[in-house]
Design a protein around this ligand. Structure first.
Ligand code: ZN
Length: 138
């Protein structure tokens, strides 16, 4: 597999309204996009730091996996996943399967910012929920 860089780091938060001003101060930059991803039951906010982004994830429903994650983490949330930028996501998923990595998404699906995304199972990745994303608009 050959990701080019860390596309973003996902952080689960209870409230974007509270988290955005903090991360704007921490990173010295403004949040440039807020987007709801309906099928994942989350609202996302993005800040850029160099080539990488910080993706803040707020659950929009108690059934959201992000809501469950926050509950498990003392109701506070925390680091949720790391996302690597790849080319030809389908091929990368094939390769991951050949390595015996368990996939959450066997096929790419639509994520925030119009990216194609797929998650690898944390059971296969040393407990780190790992996302691969491809920018097909490039
Ligand atoms: Zn993500």
């Amino acid at each position: 597999m050959n990701p080019s860089h860390i596309e973003h780091i996902g952080i689960a938060v209870k409230s974007l309204e509270e988290a955005i001003p903090f991360f704007e101060k921490l990173l010295g930059t403004k949040c440039y996009a807020i987007e709801e991803v309906v099928d994942q039951k989350v609202k996302t906010a993005f800040l850029r730091i160099g080539q990488t982004k910080i993706e803040l994830l707020e659950p929009t429903s108690p059934e959201s996996t992000i809501a469950a994650f926050i509950e498990k983490n003392n109701g506070k949330g925390g680091m949720h996943h790391i996302a690597f930028a790849v080319e030809s996501l389908e091929d990368q998923l094939e390769e991951a399967k050949e390595y015996g990595i368990k996939l959450i998404d066997n096929e790419p699906r639509g994520g925030a910012e119009g990216l194609s995304i797929a998650f690898l199972h944390p059971k296969s990745t040393f407990g780190v929920l790992t996302e691969l994303c491809e920018d097909k608009k490039k």
